[in-house]
Structure formats: structure tokens, C-alpha cells
Design a protein around this ligand. Structure first.
Ligand code: BES
Ligand code: ZN
Ligand code: MN
Length: 495
């Protein structure tokens, strides 16, 4: 990925040249430094705002070239200062970064100010989180342009009242951003580069953050009886891996657990998918990417929680050895499954990963994330993740964490009525329930494997990749899940 500009918090002072972003409240109402610069330029900033009909409306921005000895002043609207929310500050940071990248400047200063003061360390840190998330770009495989059209921005100074407090507040946000960026990188990488073994190696690198890493290979999984997961893997020349990530930063001896679907590529297998858009299935490991990013975030900010992350890594391919429609596999839980459609592979991977996680770690609850069904995209589009839960409290907490971070969830129903749709002719259950309620029957399938452990399933098929670009994400792989789950842990499960 492209190098991120360095971010440094510095004391407030009037910029003496170069490129500057100035925050401006509704009016437009400048802060102290904006007012000073406006006066020094003989009112150029006010005049430019007028000509551009810039009123300081939230998220509006205007570019003023060469005022008062500066190269450029970018006026960034805050709207009414009293009601700028946390997600607004993050988004404002994203907008500022977009403007700065476009400006061609190599260095820049951002003056974060409100008329009358009141920019706290948390506000500065939220804004900086937005800067960092927006700056991410996956350009690993783009050859450098000869004519130097590339990005030039290398460093940004953020001028605020208490730089050292902001620095401290940003430390945890920066760790979270690193987790998001890791998840984005994993989703964006093509499947030839990122197979199950390569993914496992990248997850293993979290040991540098203090995460304990265990990797199960095929023989170990076979011994455990993970035949549902192995059945999916058998059509690929690349062997599967089950990765277990442990972060214990204190807290309860009973851990919280997160399980991710990590299908590094999904052709559908023998029930092969149509060619159009199949390249997007390199992102079918978005659940495992989110869990990896989450564990990186928790360890990176030394979260006081005992957390387990489990990744089910396989490739779903058609082959002479591939699993067939009609095959029956016995899952680790002892449930027999009739494989009606080899393209419904995610639930086959997850049922063994979930059972293993619950049996071994006896967690307080388990949250799984998976790019599981096209049906959830039909239901919710790309703006919200489908959430299924057996626990109303956890669902409510996740909803709050989603609203606080802007990673939104919408609760979907679980009900025994849907079980009929996955009753099999020859086995205990089958792996598809037909077209109707496709995301619900997938969730209902997973529910068979979680017993009494409180459980949440997040179907992120619409949000993990190809979701609409925003002011804080210009990447195909969005890293969805890292921020909501980190916040969920921080607000409800840290000691
Ligand atoms: N990985 C896909 C689901 C998916 C679709 C993810 C679109 C991201 C974007 C999953 O393995 C799949 O193929 N699901 C099938 C299930 C069906 C065969 C019951 C689907 O949704 O069509
Ligand atoms: Zn899939
Ligand atoms: Mn599939």
C-alpha cells in the first residue's frame, strides 16, 4: 500500500506559508488562527468563502490559492460546533486528507480550531483517525508512473491546544487504524498471492504485537474430525489452515471469541459460479481479515480483554478431487451434512471452526464474521451488515458500537420455522435452503453448531468489499468489522 503521510501533533501557531487546512464553523466563523490569517490577507479568506458560497456547512470545503503568504488554504466546514459527533470528526479528517492528497503538497499543516476553543485531545485523535483511514490506498501492483504523477504528501502537522494529550489519545486510534489497514490489505490481495498458508503467515506476524499464534494443518484438523471444512478444501491444491490467535490483555479468564470465514478464493467448486464478477471472490476471506485486523487492533492498543480469534482458511475450487453435490460429510460436532451446493461452502467452513472454538475455549460468547451470502446483499445492499444473534443484549451492544463507529448493523431474524428449509433427505441437515431467505437459512445452519453459547453471526458479503466509497475509505476491501468490534470490546468487555 501507498506510504501513509506521518502525522505529528504540534502546538498552535499561525502558519507562515505552505499548505494549510483551517476548520471553519457555520457562519462562516473562523477560529483565532483563521481570523488572524484572514486579517493578514486583507480579508481574502472571507471574500473567497463568499464567492464560493461557503458558509462553513459541515463537510463542505473550499480551496483558496495563495492567500497571505500561504500556498493554499483549505477551508473545512464544521457546521454548528456543538453537535459535531465522533463519526463527524473522523469523516472531517477523511475529507481533509482527500483535499491534501489532491493538492499535490508534500507537507501540510492542519489547524484544528473552533471559534471560542474546545478542541479536545479526543477530537484531535478522532480527526487524525480519519486522516489515516483515508490515506490508505492499495497500489502494490501499480507500476510507478514515469511522469511523477504519484502522491507527494509525506507529512502533516496537526496544530492543536494540547499536542501531547492528543498524541496519547491517538495512540489507540492509530492501533485501530492499523488493524483496519491490515484487514483491507488482506482483502485486496489477489488469491495467487494470498492462499491459506500465506494468510496464516501474515496472521502469525501478529506475534510481534504479543499475540500468541497457533496454526493447525490438515492432519491435525483431520484428527479433530473437521470434515466439513476439509471437504471444501479438498478441491484445491493449496492445503487449508486453521489459525488461532490469542490476545490476553487481562480481564476474565473466560475469553470472548471471534471466528472468521477465510475462503481465499471461491469459484463455487463443482457448483461453479458464472464468470462475470468471479474475480471479486478473492475477497471471500473478508471475515477472517476482519478478525485478524481486530486482533491486531486489540493487541496494538493493549486492550484489557481476553480474546480469541479463529480463522478458517481454505480455497474453494473445482477439481477431480473436489467435493460433489450430494456428498455427505460428518462435521466435527457429529452433525451430518448433505452438500447440495458446493458454492455454499462458507457455512461448511464455519460450522467446524465455530464448534472447535466453543468446545476448546468455552467463550463467554462467539461472534462470527463471513462474506456468507449474496442474499444479504439483496436484502441490505452495501451499507449495512446483516446481524443474527441469539442474545438480545449483545445485539444491542453491537448496534451501539456500530452507530458509534459508523459501521452499521441491521438485525435479521432467527426462527425455528426456517429450519424446515434445511432439512435433508439423506443427512441431518443440508447446506442450502434454496433461494428464499437465503441469508437467514445460512444463519439458521450455523446456529446448529453453537449450542447454548451466546452467538452473533455477521453476514458481511455486502460490506467487506465493493461497498460504496466514503470519505474515510477509498479502498475496495473496506476492513469492515474491525472498528465496530474493537469498540464493542472497549465499551462492553474490557475490565
Ligand atoms: N462467498 C459467497 C457469498 C458472496 C456473494 C459473498 C457475493 C460476497 C459477495 C458464498 O460462498 C456463496 O457462494 N453463497 C451462495 C450460497 C448459495 C449457493 C446457497 C450465494 O449466496 O449464492
Ligand atoms: Zn464463499
Ligand atoms: Mn460460495
Amino acid at each position: 500500500m501507498a506510504l501513509l503521510p506521518t502525522l505529528t501533533f504540534v502546538a498552535r501557531s499561525v502558519p507562515q506559508g505552505g499548505t494549510t487546512v483551517l476548520t471553519v464553523a457555520a457562519g462562516p466563523a473562523f477560529g483565532d488562527i483563521g481570523t488572524t490569517l484572514d486579517q493578514a490577507s486583507g480579508g481574502t479568506l472571507t471574500r473567497a468563502a463568499g464567492v464560493a458560497r461557503f458558509t462553513g456547512k459541515r463537510f463542505a470545503a473550499v480551496d483558496v490559492v495563495a492567500p497571505a503568504g500561504l500556498d493554499r488554504a483549505i477551508l473545512l466546514g464544521l457546521g454548528t460546533p456543538g453537535d459535531v459527533s465522533e463519526t463527524d470528526w473522523v469523516r472531517l479528517g477523511g475529507i481533509a486528507m482527500g483535499k491534501l492528497l489532491d493538492s499535490g503538497a508534500e507537507t501540510a499543516t492542519i489547524v484544528l480550531e473552533l471559534p471560542g476553543g474546545g478542541v479536545t485531545a479526543d477530537i484531535a485523535a478522532d480527526f487524525a483517525l480519519g486522516l489515516k483511514l483515508r490515506a490508505y490506498e492499495f497500489d502494490l501492483y501499480k507500476s510507478k508512473k514515469p511522469d511523477d504523477e504519484g502522491r507527494k504528501l509525506t507529512s502533516i502537522s496537526l496544530a492543536i491546544g494540547n499536542p501531547s494529550a492528543a498524541d496519547t489519545a491517538f495512540r489507540s486510534r492509530s492501533a485501530i487504524a492499523n488493524g483496519v489497514i491490515l484487514a483491507r490489505d488482506l482483502v485486496n490481495e489477489p488469491a495467487n498471492v494470498l492462499g491459506p498458508e500465506e494468510f496464516a503467515a501474515r496472521a502469525a506476524a501478529l506475534d510481534a504485537l504479543g499475540v500468541e499464534v497457533e496454526i493447525l494443518e490438515e492432519t491435525a484438523m483431520a484428527k479433530l474430525g473437521m470434515n466439513a471444512l476439509l471437504g471444501v478444501a479438498q478441491g484445491s491444491v493449496r492445503p487449508p489452515r486453521l489459525v488461532i490467535l490469542k490476545w490476553n490483555g487481562g480481564g476474565d479468564s473466560q475469553p470472548v471469541a471471534f471466528v472468521g470465514k477465510g475462503v481465499v478464493f471461491d469459484t463455487g467448486g463443482i457448483s461453479i459460479k458464472p464468470a462475470a464478477g468471479m474475480e471479486d471472490m478473492k475477497g471471500d476471506m473478508g471475515g477472517a481479515a476482519a478478525v485478524t485486523g481486530l486482533m491486531a487492533a486489540l493487541a496494538g492498543r493493549k486492550a484489557k480483554v481476553n480474546a480469541i480469534g479463529v480463522l478458517g482458511l481454505v480455497e474453494n475450487m473445482p477439481d477431480g478431487k473436489a467435493q460433489r453435490p450430494g456428498d455427505i460429510v460428518r462435521s466435527m460436532a457429529g452433525v451430518t451434512i448433505e452438500v447440495i451446493n458446493t458454492d455454499a461452502e462458507g457455512r461448511l467452513v464455519l460450522c467446524d471452526a465455530l464448534h472447535y472454538t466453543i468446545e476448546r475455549f468455552k467463550p463467554k460468547f462467539v461472534v462470527d464474521l463471513a462474506t456468507l451470502t449474496g442474499a444479504i446483499v439483496v436484502a441490505l445492499g452495501h451499507h449495512m451488515t446483516g446481524m443474527y444473534s441469539t442474545d438480545d443484549q449483545i445485539a444491542a451492544d453491537l448496534d451501539k458500537a456500530g452507530k458509534a463507529t459508523g459501521e452499521l448493523v441491521w438485525r435479521m431474524p432467527l426462527a425455528p420455522e426456517y429450519d424446515k428449509l434445511i432439512e435433508a433427505k439423506f443427512a441431518d441437515i443440508k447446506n442450502t435452503g434454496g433461494r428464499d431467505a437465503g441469508s437467514i437459512t445460512a444463519a439458521q445452519f450455523l446456529k446448529r453448531f453453537v449450542g447454548e453459547t451466546p452467538w452473533v453471526h455477521l453476514d458481511i458479503a455486502g460490506t467487506a468489499m465493493g461497498s460504496p466509497q466514503t470519505d474515510i475509505n477509498k479502498s475496495w476491501g473496506s476492513g469492515w468489522g474491525v472498528r465496530i468490534l474493537d469498540r464493542f470490546v472497549a465499551d462492553f468487555h474490557e475490565v
